[in-house]
Design a protein. Structure first.
Lengths: 111, 114
């Protein structure tokens, strides 16, 4: 059974700082998804990482995937208040499309 | 990208009643999923809605409690039956885009059971 773990669960950081959210998954998976959720809202797709070594960047967010280590990272550069949200990673069970979600990381950016 | 709508967006229901949630997609999709997000928690897959056949339920979810219909490739319903306060959650419909590998989520239905 696929398990997906994220850390940290909570992250409070100052504007302008850099930080990384980690996502580990327990069994073989060929893709990794990152989503953002604002309070009271649905999930917004950030990145789909499709292969080992994949790196994608959008603004101050950069995501990478290491399938051998079963690890994905979401790096935040020079954080701004607008990035405050909960971030989820998710991996599909190998061979099907069912996503297993991590616990989420609640990110708060302090001015 | 797929555009997904859900109805209702929120509802407050009494214990013992049932609520049917609708999910409409603006394009034909093969795979539709229903997720639940309990307050302050992550997402849990309830079932995969299969067009033309019965839904496939995950461990801990049963058809009698969460009957699902999928009459065509753009529409699905999820019913939450005989509700209790523990069913208070956000219910989200999701679809997979086979071309881009993206998986999109609807706006969700926020259910409160009193």
């Amino acid at each position: 059974e696929l398990k997906v773990e994220q850390n940290p669960l909570f992250l409070s950081m100052q504007e302008g700082k850099n930080y990384t959210i980690y996502c580990n998954y327990s069994t073989t998976s060929d893709r990794l998804y990152w989503y953002r959720q604002d309070p009271g809202k649905s999930l917004e797709s950030l990145f789909v990482l499709l292969s080992n070594g994949a790196v994608k960047q959008e603004g101050r967010l950069m995501a990478s995937l290491d399938t051998k280590a079963r690890l994905s990272t979401l790096h935040i550069t020079a954080a701004v208040h607008d990035l405050s949200a909960t971030y989820f990673c998710a991996a599909p069970n190998f061979g099907n499309e069912k996503l297993t979600f991590g616990t989420g990381t609640r990110l708060t950016i302090i001015p | 990208s797929a555009v997904i709508s859900q109805k209702p967006s929120r509802d407050i229901c009494q214990r013992g009643t049932s609520l049917t949630i609708q999910c409409q997609v603006d394009s034909q999709v093969t795979m539709m999923f229903w997720y639940r997000q309990q307050p302050g928690q992550s997402l849990t897959l309830i079932a995969t809605a299969n067009q033309g056949s019965e839904a496939t339920y995950e461990s801990g979810f049963v058809i009698d409690k969460f009957p699902i219909s999928r009459p065509n490739l753009t529409f699905s319903t999820l019913t939450v039956s005989n509700m209790s306060p523990e069913d208070s959650s956000i219910y989200l419909c999701s679809v997979r885009d086979y071309h881009s590998y993206e998986q999109y989520f609807g706006p969700g239905t926020r259910l409160t059971v009193t």
